[in-house]
Design a protein around this ligand. Sequence first.
Ligand SMILES: [Zn+2]
Length: 215
Amino acid sequence: MTITHHPGEEFLIAYASGAADEALSLIVATHLALCPTCRRAVREVEAAGGVLLNDLKPAELSGGALKSVLSRLEEPVARKPAAENPRAPSNVPEPLRSYIGDSLQAVSWIPVAFGLAYKPLFRRGASRVQLVRSAPGAGIAMHTHRGEEFTLVLEGGYSDATGHYLRGDLQSASPAIVHHPVADDDGYCFSLAVVDAPLTFRNGAIGLLAKLMGL
Ligand SMILES: [Zn+2]
């Protein structure tokens, strides 16, 4: 399995620092379970966060937001994504299993139209988290979104104008991107989607923290 589409560094930092909300944490943790490259990056961010806390004096920090993010680095990180177990019969990565069980096929899918079905998981603030199942060759988009949209392929694949996405690939699309994803025609495509996620991770404290870490 080769993963070519990864979360942006700002999202890995937000995840590692505990600044990501439950919706973003779930989709990043699920990607991490499938992606050794990003697991390594998160370990480096966690280590860099520790060094940063040791090296910086509080007086050198500018702005309350950065202080608040840095203070969260001190909190114990409870979420450790488990590596994918190749012997496990489940096709559901570990972080998702507590939400949907161990079979994508057994989810109580709600049919929408044109080969498309979905399963809402939860909402946190403006963010909505849902599973999407698309029949071979069917379109995947079934919603408009005002904020950032993240799609993580769990099984199968899809393509749009930006590329081809397979199991483990995570696509981030802003509302400015008009995309019409279509599932591969060799089987069902299952994905995890976070819709209308706030854009706050793109700026402010997280961006500054990323700079300080040399990312
Ligand atoms: Zn990755």
